[in-house]
Design a protein around this ligand. Structure first.
Ligand code: THU
Length: 131
């Protein structure tokens, strides 16, 4: 799947965001290595700490369905701005591989691509525990 199509799916997922407190909708679309897509949006909570970001919603959907081989995750925030994953999401993403690509989209034609290792260098990750 092309990155612009993944961004389109993230934009579609963003419409489902539940954001009564921040009014800052985010959408994510996760592509597995076997070409399956899981989408996610941010879901807020009156007890703010219960909020889940769009990226983690997509990851938890994929992992809970048994899909841990993540190729890329597209993220879109408010139109015409780049929205980067927060620190908690970066830590959750690196759990599934340092080479996962993050597609940070303003729109389907304007996007930046990073690996999670670039966005969270020198990370603490499974290889620190599982060797
Ligand atoms: N948020 C995400 O969903 N993903 C990000 O990458 C950044 C932040 C959400 C969390 C919260 O619902 C809102 O954006 C404002 O922080």
């Amino acid at each position: 799947m092309e990155y612009k199509d993944l961004i389109k799916k993230a934009r579609e997922a963003q419409k489902k965001a539940y954001v009564p407190y921040s009014n800052f909708p985010v959408g994510a679309a996760l592509l597995t290595k076997s070409d399956k897509v899981y989408t996610g949006c941010n879901i807020e909570c009156a007890s703010y700490g219960g909020t889940n970001c769009a990226e983690r919603t997509a990851i938890f959907k994929a992992v809970s369905e048994g899909d841990k081989d993540i190729e890329a995750i597209a993220v879109v925030g408010v139109q015409e701005e780049y929205t980067f994953p927060c620190g908690i999401c970066r830590q959750v993403i690196v759990e599934y591989g340092k080479d996962i690509k993050l597609i940070i989209g303003k729109n389907e034609n304007e996007y930046k691509v990073f690996t999670i290792d670039e966005l969270l260098p020198h990370s603490f990750s499974p290889e620190d525990l599982l060797e």
